[in-house]
Design a protein around this ligand. Structure first.
Ligand code: 5GP
Ligand code: MN
Length: 339
């Protein structure tokens, strides 16, 4: 069912927006883009946006200083809009606001999304949630600062218009955003490519310590709490490491483990296409996209690597059997790559 934003907003006086824990470029871009649009176009509606602390690189977007990082007691919102969240639990601290809201809307592009809101606008083929937000807005009314936020979100989730989720529509939307007078180069450079010294150091460490497994078809790296302490790195400093691991020639899947606490790891998975990593993440309680997914797992790093690599091997062997049966390479699934 087509979502008409105007209809959903009718009669609402208080709205909250929320995105996923450890917000990434698309999460920040879609939340702030929609937030600024609502503020500008619906001044009669009181709108708040809830996100965990926004990493420094995304603060080039306007209004990030207005984001609420904690929930205070108060009346329930008339509407809660959940953006870029495949699962209600991924809202983190703002989940109670979603639960208490009189009405809810979910805008997302995760294949693992189970349509948990009252209204759901979920398009797994879309490059990004920011692209979906654009399609909900009246393009004539999009301001430059909203365009900057959405452009950043699209650029991030497409790996700067490179991944297979980048469709002709994505490029048309990016073009429409550029026509708002934004400095696209600066947004990409400052929010995507520029790395702090610490970020580069920890990336170097992860690459240096990486291992090839499964007959060199999978690359694995682990960053532990003590290394995070040593480099004085924050979890957001690890962004991009798994994508760099995936660039390795010959590998099908990259697996990156970040130790959250003893015996607890945040696992990031990236695939070149043969392996559906969202299925693997979902099997262990996580989710994501065919080519980019994540999950938090308990146990030693060896247990986590063994359990996940077992599932990767299962899919690789299965795709080999299919190739033999059909006498040609298996089709690569069209999919969203990133968040
Ligand atoms: P990342 O590896 O960058 O954290 O996440 C890759 C993709 O998987 C993102 O789209 C992210 O939203 C999703 N993802 C990561 N971790 C989890 C998780 O624990 N649960 C679910 N449902 N999705 C996740
Ligand atoms: Mn996304």
């Amino acid at each position: 069912m087509k979502i008409v934003l105007e209809d959903i907003l009718k009669g609402k006086s208080r709205i909250a927006l929320g995105g996923h824990i450890r917000p990434d470029g698309d999460c920040v871009g879609s939340c702030l883009g929609l937030y600024m649009y609502l503020k500008e176009q619906y001044p009669g509606i009181s709108t708040d946006v809830y996100l965990e602390t926004i990493p420094e690189a995304y603060r080039i977007i306007r209004c990030t200083d207005e984001v609420k990082t904690a929930v205070t007691e108060g009346d329930a919102y008339d509407l809660f809009i959940c953006l870029d969240c495949g699962d209600v639990k991924r809202l983190g601290f703002s989940e109670p606001l979603f639960e208490q809201a009189k009405e809810t809307l979910c805008v997302d592009h995760h294949i693992s999304n189970g349509a948990f809101a009252d209204h759901n606008y979920i398009v797994p083929d879309a490059s990004s949630t920011s692209e979906l937000v654009f399609t909900l807005l009246d393009r004539e009314k999009i301001s430059k600062r909203t365009a900057e936020a959405l452009y950043m979100g699209i650029a991030h989730d497409t790996g700067v218009f490179q991944y297979s989720c980048t469709s002709p529509e994505t490029m048309e939307i990016a073009a429409a955003l550029m026509r708002k007078g934004i400095d696209g180069n600066e947004i990409i450079d400052k929010s995507y490519y520029e790395k702090t010294y610490v970020q580069n150091q920890i990336l170097g460490r992860a690459l240096l310590e990486s291992m090839l497994i499964l007959d060199k078809r999978c690359i694995v790296s682990v960053v532990r709490e003590k290394e995070m302490e040593f480099f004085q790195a924050a979890p957001s400093d690890l962004e991009g490491i798994v994508s760099q691991l995936r660039q390795t020639k010959g590998v099908e899947v990259a697996m990156f483990l970040h130790e959250l606490s003893p015996q607890k790891f945040k696992v990031s998975l990236r695939s070149k296409g043969k392996v559906d990593v969202s299925r693997i993440a979902a099997y262990f309680g996580g989710g994501g996209h065919v080519r980019a997914a994540g999950v938090t797992m308990k146990g030693s790093s060896y247990d986590v690597i063994n359990n996940i690599s077992g599932q990767i091997l299962h899919q690789l062997d299965h795709s080999k059997e299919e190739n033999v049966r059909e006498g040609e390479p298996a089709d690569q699934e069209h999919s969203s790559e990133e968040e």
